[in-house]
Design a protein around this ligand. Structure first.
Ligand code: NAD
Length: 349
């Protein structure tokens, strides 16, 4: 692939993908992001100033601007990550999720289709649109249920998950109706550097380092599966290279933990690298009222991407969680940005 149009490339997963594409491939990246509160050019690190990185501050809800991007940059493929992503925000105010995740995705599909229709036959054959989705579209599992596979019907529970499932259905329909060569991936929860601290892992590190309470929903028993963001990015690249158009690929981390186990693991790492005189960080844990409709457990079966595309995870949860915690401790300026943001949110801004 020589030119990739990546939407949401200034976000947590998108920036990891862009850094990899710039560091490890010869691709030119057209990074399309409207820089909401969740986007930051800082997260691109050295890739930001690379000659093969072109940043376009464009909202995916702006169809006219999307047409211009396709005309100006003539991409060989699209990786669509731009989204509103925080479940709690979707519960407080669903409409931005419908705007970006549903309308924005339909704009991407339509702009891509118009462009693809006019390509020469060889370029038409190899063009792809990869839509980056989530395991949350499947709904939740009981403790003993087998993991979701790609044939499991969508049964989303939160407004965020419902908006992503709606987008997945549009992507499927654009393939079936118009033949647009699309791919869908559904990954479990990601962790790693440069994540906005409203999400579990950076929020806990941020609060712990600041000596503030560590709020855990309910009893902390909800189970999530975790994957390092670099493994997710490598999986996206593999699906783009070799995935079969029209197909869905689950991406699993095979590290299933309760939220409380994750928080305790973070506390144990912090106890080792930055001990508190007042006792273990785990003493800061506070149980708070549960999130409405809180999914109990997610887990996905990723047999398809491993057997059909030969993708393998490279990172181990225990090792890379420790590196992730160390990264946030070593980047107080990022935590500072996040602290200001979190405090502003608590104040109702
Ligand atoms: P994020 O919230 O960190 O980043 C989202 C990015 O999209 C930001 O840079 C933001 O500025 C941009 N954006 C938002 N609305 C936009 C709009 N209207 N136009 C253009 N840009 C816009 O999200 P993330 O965690 O990096 O997730 C990226 C994608 O991966 C999402 O589609 C998400 O559903 C999916 N995903 C994430 C995870 C995870 O654990 N983080 C897991 C599975 C799937």
């Amino acid at each position: 692939m020589s030119t990739l149009l990546v939407t949401g490339g200034a976000g947590f997963v998108g920036s990891a993908l862009v850094r990899q594409l710039i560091d490890e491939t010869d691709s030119t990246v057209i990074n399309v992001d409207s820089l909401t509160y969740a986007g930051s050019l800082e997260s691109l690190a050295d890739a930001r100033h690379h000659p093969r990185h072109i940043f376009e501050r464009v909202d995916v809800c702006n169809r006219r601007e999307l047409d211009r991007l396709f005309r100006d940059h003539r991409p060989d493929a699209v990786v669509h990550l731009a989204a509103e992503t925080h479940v709690d925000r979707s519960i407080a105010e669903p409409s931005p999720f419908i705007g970006t995740n549903v309308i924005g995705t339909s704009n991407i599909l339509d702009a891509a289709r118009a462009y693809w229709n006019d390509l020469e036959s060889e370029a038409r054959q190899t063009f792809r649109v990869l839509h980056v989705s989530t395991d949350e579209v499947y709904g939740d599992l009981g403790p003993e249920d087998p993991p979701f596979n790609e044939d499991t019907a969508c049964a989303p529970n939160s407004p965020y998950a419902a908006s992503k499932a709606a987008a997945d259905h549009l992507v499927r329909a654009w393939h079936r109706t118009y033949g647009l060569p699309v791919l869908i991936t559904r990954s479990c929860n990601n962790y790693g550097p440069w994540q906005v601290a409203e999400k579990l892992i950076p929020l806990m590190i941020c609060n712990a380092v600041g000596g503030r309470p560590l709020p855990v929903y309910g009893t902390g028993g909800n189970i999530r599966e975790w994957i390092h963001v670099d493994d997710h990015s490598r999986a996206l690249r593999r699906v783009l290279e070799a995935g079969v158009p029209g197909r869905v690929y689950n991406i699993a981390g095979q590290a299933e933990l309760t939220n409380l186990e994750v928080v305790k693991a973070i506390c144990a790492i912090l106890d080792g690298i930055a001990p508190r005189a007042a006792g273990s960080y785990a003493e800061l844990v506070r149980f708070v009222s549960d999130r409405p409709g809180h999914d109990r457990r997610y887990a996905v079966d990723d047999g398809r991407i491993r057997s059909e595309l030969g993708w393998q995870r490279q990172e181990r949860f225990d090792e890379t969680l420790a590196k992730t915690v160390r990264w946030y401790v070593d980047h107080p300026e990022w935590l500072q940005r996040v602290v200001a943001f979190t405090i502003a949110r608590c104040a109702g801004e």
